[in-house]
Design a binder for this molecule. Structure first.
Ligand SMILES: *Cc1c(COP(=O)(O)O)cnc(C)c1O
Length: 348
């Protein structure tokens, strides 16, 4: 709070609250340096980031996407007037299965919107090859993938555009916030107009824009959190190791992480043998004031506003997956306590 308050004093001194202020600029510079990326625009949230990405690439018609993600991935496609077409996921990586993308391509397909689920990079090479072959654009919803690299390069630099969320529940956050990443400077320029009502001058407009900006107050929170990001990431890795140890006797499946990735350990998902066992486990945890999240549930292919289609892997996994508590001050004893409760639910 002290660190945050110092930034607030500066905002009061300058009387500059929003509209591309000095803290927004400082945060953009520091994040680009930390993440080793060429370009990034700081936005109001991770959902407007996806919407701006779809708009900037001019996607129309059908977008092939994953049914196993947060609802914002699908709702943004619908909001932009496009049709989400679901390709099922790989049961191990939990990411969209590239082999199933190709089956779904029609003359109306213009793009692919894939999520790096829990920060685990998608098969970016296979997706790039499919996109090249069929002339499709690629957007990655990289909301969970802060600081993740694949083959030594930021995962944010894959695809035409990557988006991130800096929401308070994410490992790096600015209270509310988000970003778009692209290596093409023309796309960045276009998106900088899109986020600011289309302005390309005080009285001129390059395009139809929206208000996708973020404020000095949010940038201040981002700058305060960024100072601690290495400690936040290190704690998550340690906690994941403790969970691995404590859960040895539990019959659950874990996510398979991309072999070329440096991962951020920001979530700890476990996949139970049945939904019944998941519900029993949640009940046991809730009875002890522990509230894990069914994430991602339900499968997005079951939303009432999309065309129904069969994605059996996503539907099965979304019913059986639970993200166990992960937060910076989570103690070793608490992890062992959670593990004991889960083992009790399994063995009773
Ligand atoms: C959090 C999240 C979003 C939405 O980001 P907001 O900043 O909350 O708008 C989109 N996709 C995924 C996968 C997310 O986890």
């Amino acid at each position: 709070m002290e660190e945050y308050t110092q930034y607030l004093n500066g905002i009061w001194d300058r009387n500059w609250l929003t509209n591309n202020g000095p803290l927004v600029n400082e945060l953009e510079l520091k994040l680009k340096e930390y993440l080793k990326v060429k370009h990034m625009l700081f936005l109001g949230n991770g959902t407007i980031a996806i919407q701006i990405a779809i708009k900037a690439l001019g996607l129309k018609g059908e977008i092939i996407t994953t049914p196993f993600s947060y609802v914002a991935t699908t709702s943004s496609i619908v909001w932009e007037g496009c049709k989400p077409v679901f390709a099922d996921i790989d049961p191990h990586t939990l990411n969209i299965d590239p082999a199933k993308i190709e089956e779904k391509i029609t003359p109306q397909t213009t793009g692919i919107l894939a999520t790096h689920v829990f920060g685990n990079p998608c098969d970016v090479e296979a997706i790039e090859a499919i996109a090249k072959k069929h002339g499709l654009k690629v957007i990655y919803d990289a909301a969970h993938a802060f600081a993740v690299t694949v083959n030594g390069r930021s995962v944010f630099e894959y695809g035409d555009i990557s988006t991130c969320s800096y929401h308070a529940t994410k490992i790096f956050h600015s209270t509310e916030g988000g970003a778009v990443f692209a290596t093409d400077p023309e796309l960045i320029k276009e998106m900088s107009f899109l986020r600011n009502f289309g302005h390309n001058g005080p009285e001129t407009f390059a395009t139809v824009g929206i208000n996708g900006k973020n404020s000095e107050f949010h940038a201040a929170m981002g700058l305060a959190v960024l100072k601690h990001i290495d400690a936040l990431l290190a704690a998550r890795k340690t906690q994941a190791g403790i969970y691995d140890e404590a859960l040895k006797g539990l019959r659950v499946q874990k996510q398979t992480i991309h072999p070329g990735a440096q991962w951020n350990y920001s979530y700890y998902p476990v996949i139970f043998e049945s939904e019944e066992l998941l519900l029993k486990s949640m009940e046991e945890l809730n009875a002890n004031w522990i509230y894990p999240r069914r994430y991602f549930y339900p499968s997005l292919s079951t939303l009432h506003y999309v065309e129904q289609c069969e994605t059996p892997v996503s539907e099965s996994i979304s019913k059986r997956i639970l993200c166990l508590p992960m937060y910076h001050s989570l103690k070793k004893e608490d992890i062992f306590f959670i593990a004991r409760l889960l083992l009790r639910a399994q063995n009773n």
